[in-house]
Design a protein around this ligand. Sequence first.
Ligand code: NDP
Ligand code: HSE
Length: 440
Amino acid sequence: MEQASQERGEGARRVRIGMLGCGTVGAAVLGLLAEHHERLDRRVGATLEVAKVAVRDTARARPVGPELLTTSVDEVLADPTIDVVVELIGGAAALEWIERALEAKKSVVTANKLLLARHGGRLVELASRHGVDLAFEGAVGGGIPIVRTLREAFASDHVISLTGILNGTSNFVLSKMLDDGASFEAALAEAQALGYAEADPTLDVGGHDAAQKLEVLAMLAFGARPGSGCSLVEGITAIEPVDHRFAARFGYRIKHLVIGRDHGDVIELRAHPTLIPERSVLANVSGVLNAVLLEGRALGPCLVYGRGAGGAPTAVSVVADLIDVCRSVAAGVRGLGTRGIGLRERQVAASAASESRYYVRFRVADRPGVMARLAGALGSHAVSIEQMVQDGEPVRPGAAATVVMLTHRAREAQVQAALAELRPEGFLIEPPRVLRIEQV
Ligand code: NDP
Ligand code: HSE
């Protein structure tokens, strides 16, 4: 099928856009398109025209007139005059819609990291096969241009590693807990009210949203076909104020990090809360801000930093994609950007093999021999203790005490084996809390 605008015999004069969704991000996209329409049209070399907007409830006030609204996604997908579909509904159901749009030779712009992490390889190939584009800057890091940076700026380099904060909600919650003493529940409710959280916020605080974004970035950084998942995904729900206090005592802050490393034969992909030195750049990325520290073989370090969630920042990324995609439509070179994404199967290293330093917090009955037993179990699995403290309060013998140990570098498997050995011990009041420590 020929390009829709050409079918209409309009050359490159108009590019018609169909929107799926007009919620937090979709409404902000329509706002930016209206505010900057002259500038955007000039950049694209054609008039951008929003043709239809699919929503659930057409009675609600929207930034477009009611005549453009429909409750039928099919109506948007079946419209032969629509050149570009912007998918901002989210969730797994959008897979079929995106596939149908690409098969109908409509380029797609989406912010749906869940889908890209599961089916990104297939969707990129489908877009290439049909000679159209699949653009997804808004899927990772909200408003920060990390996809563009990897695709364009690093095209001539080899990415060795990427370390980042990629979930605005989790970073907001951790910052509120640490800086304002807020409870987890209150901080999460505020993040939801500000439009940062996913429809299901357990995706955010459970670490899955960040892990999905890491998989999307691994496509571009390491050429890794997504779908096999990260080797370790942990969220922030088990972090307690006491962990922030102990981390500070040792000169660290707790951040939810994604870590991707190319080891040549395998890649390492992990998403979990991590202690990082309080003076490091990433330790000072607070609130909804996101940041990704890339390490290029030729370039060295490169930091991309900015607002990582919310309607307006994400809309900036979506509209930037729209400019690229619509320009390709107008210039008759659709699919050019997407064809450059080369993917292959890359093996993700098992988490047991990963190595770092560890923070281990024990809540124990304070009685003779307990410290020796804790240290002994770690030692018997070749995990060496670097520092150890017991909560400063004088405690009655037999009462509960908190013991925190920082280890030297060890393998995840060794630490887990030591903790498994301790599990039956009656002096453990609750399961030990393990956090990884990284020097970033
Ligand atoms: P919202 O929940 O705010 O908006 C979803 C929109 O989809 C609403 O307009 C809703 O209609 C519409 N919708 C839902 N189901 C249907 C359906 N079956 N048919 C037609 N319309 C439907 O989501 P967000 O804007 O927050 O997120 C959209 C996408 O962007 C998601 O993939 C999300 O992961 C991603 N994203 C979100 C960010 C954020 O900060 N919020 C940041 C980066 C990415 P109605 O308005 O009538 O309810
Ligand atoms: N829920 C996501 C976050 C939105 O908090 O980072 C941005 O992708």
